[in-house]
Design a protein around this ligand. Structure first.
Ligand SMILES: Cc1cc2nc3c(=O)[nH]c(=O)nc-3n(C[C@H](O)[C@H](O)[C@H](O)COP(=O)(O)OP(=O)(O)OC[C@H]3O[C@@H](n4cnc5c(N)ncnc54)[C@H](O)[C@@H]3O)c2cc1C
Length: 460
């Protein structure tokens, strides 16, 4: 354990408006918890910022005392880089404000806001921008890696809607990054993760959405998976981008609209979202029901912010999680067969395979226009290993790795940086793709000493 003199801590305390939390202090164990229970680490110092001006003090304190810096937005990242042993953790869980300028359709968001905080504020004005599908995720990590969700087919990635960011760099300088100010930095943070500095505010463009949308679940038996998924694949080209359907293969949870004897059986779930007029959406999704003989469904009009929370009960913090992920440009037969084979041997009731559909606006942005390079990715295949007991680690991780390997021949070779686990350093070049060399140059300019290296690291 790093030994920091008490007067040195006192000096930091006198400068920072937020709270300094040390091991043994009340709340220490609660604050250091992150979503993935596989990661359990004890920082030497936690700076719970209450304003942007706290950040330069935290950075200089860490550098003067030889402490590595970790940054916690929403604490959701599967790799667990928000947390490290003996480090200084910059924690934003007390900075969650979301300010909306409804007339200009802009939102100003603090770095600790979750997607739930964001959606609640913007939906008061019937506005939204694409974010992820689990409302407890942090806006920070999601945005810096790219960000996609129900609105992505129509409005692109989260970063395609980022207008500017306020940042603190490794030398403590406050900067604004936008198309017109520090354009290279703005290019890099849109997909380059937390490599370039600490973001203290995001400015997003908003779009009219809802508040009422059409959404829900349609559940088929796994035995019908090939016919259902083949028709799904073929339908995508002709469906409007207002419609997004993600596929989840898992054991059926005890959902009230499913017959009891289906609970625990392997199923194919369509998670359906339609951003346009509800009546039109109802007509449009009718054909999906005929892809097979469904076990059941629950689809209806609901507030957009409610649908954004629909998967939260299946994705609560505290479980053990291990992910493997591929980007896909197409869902060919080999991919479908492999997906179906491994959905037939799920190692735990919580493990799942999901296919996120991106096809649309995100694919029309040039690959070199910002750090996120994978503009050809139409689907993201995520193998979500999830279980409760450490004794199941080996078995569940082995399933995820085997499936990942078996499906690799059908994937594009690239990967979404936000879905990478901590043991995937060998995939960093694949994650940044053709933009990697430029990212290295920008890293050299803004963080030559690699102060911010607890991330999928771009080495200067
Ligand atoms: C259950 C679940 C569902 C998900 N669903 C989706 C989805 O639908 N779509 C999608 O795109 N992604 C999704 N993700 C992935 C998610 O985008 C990433 O896990 C993301 O990193 C989470 O952000 P966070 O702020 O919560 O994470 P944290 O763990 O707090 O942060 C992750 C990393 O981001 C960097 N960082 C965080 N805050 C800052 C900051 N203020 N300044 C600079 N760097 C910072 C740091 O390097 C940190 O290690 C999901 C994740 C989970 C666990």
């Amino acid at each position: 354990m790093k030994n920091i003199p008490i007067e040195t801590i006192g000096n930091l305390r006198s400068k920072v408006k937020g709270r300094i939390v040390l091991p043994g202090d009340p709340g220490f164990d609660e604050i250091r918890k992150i979503w993935n229970a596989m990661i359990d680490r004890r920082p030497a110092v936690i700076v719970q910022c209450s304003e942007a001006d706290d950040v330069p003090h935290a950075i200089s304190f860490a550098r003067e005392n030889g402490l590595v810096i970790s940054i916690r937005g929403g604490g959701h990242n599967i790799a667990g880089n928000a947390l490290c042993d003996d480090c200084l953790m910059i924690d934003f869980s007390n900075m969650k404000n979301v300010c909306v300028d409804a007339a200009k359709r802009l939102a100003y968001v603090e770095p600790g806001a979750t997607l739930a905080d964001f959606d609640a504020a913007v939906q008061e004005h019937g506005l939204a921008t694409p974010v992820g599908i689990n409302s407890t995720t942090g806006i920070s990590g999601l945005t810096l890696g790219g960000g996609f969700g129900w609105l992505t087919r129509k409005y692109g990635l989260t970063i395609d809607n980022l207008i500017s960011a306020e940042m603190i760099t490794a030398n403590g300088r406050k900067l604004r990054a936008s198309e017109n100010e520090n354009g290279d930095l703005f290019w890099a943070i849109r997909g380059g993760g937390g490599n370039f500095g600490v973001v203290t505010q995001y400015e997003f463009k908003l779009h009219p959405v809802g508040p009422e949308i059409l959404a829900g679940l349609l559940v088929f038996p796994l035995e019908q998976a090939k016919q259902v998924l083949t028709q799904y694949r073929e339908s995508i080209e002709s469906t409007p981008e207002d419609l997004n359907v993600w596929v989840v293969l898992r054991q059926a949870p005890p959902l009230p609209f499913l017959p009891k004897d289906v609970h625990g059986k392997e199923v194919v779930v369509f998670a359906i979202f339609y951003a346009g007029n509800v009546a039109q959406g109802k007509k449009l999704i009718e054909s999906l029901r005929h892809f097979g003989d469904p076990h059941g469904e629950q689809i209806g009009a609901m507030p957009y912010a409610q649908w954004e929370k629909a998967f939260d009960p299946l994705l609560t913090p505290g479980a053990r999680n291990y992910w493997k992920s591929h980007n896909l440009t197409a869902l060919n037969d080999g991919a479908l067969d492999t997906i179906i084979e491994y959905a037939g041997k799920l190692p735990s009731p919580q493990c799942e395979i999901f296919i996120a559909l991106l096809a649309g606006a995100a694919n029309r942005v040039p690959a070199d226009s910002m750090a996120y390079a994978h503009r050809d990715a139409k689907f993201v295949l995520n193998v979500h290993g999830r279980w409760d007991q450490a004794a199941d680690d080996e078995r569940c991780i082995a399933w995820a790795r085997e499936f990942f390997k078996a499906s690799a021949p059908y994937a594009s070779g690239s990967v979404y940086v936000n879905f990478m686990t901590q043991d995937e350093a060998d995939r960093i070049a694949a994650a940044y793709g053709s933009n990697y060399d430029r990212l290295v140059q920008i890293k050299k300019k803004y963080d030559p000493e690699n102060v911010f290296h607890l991330n999928q690291n771009i080495k200067p």
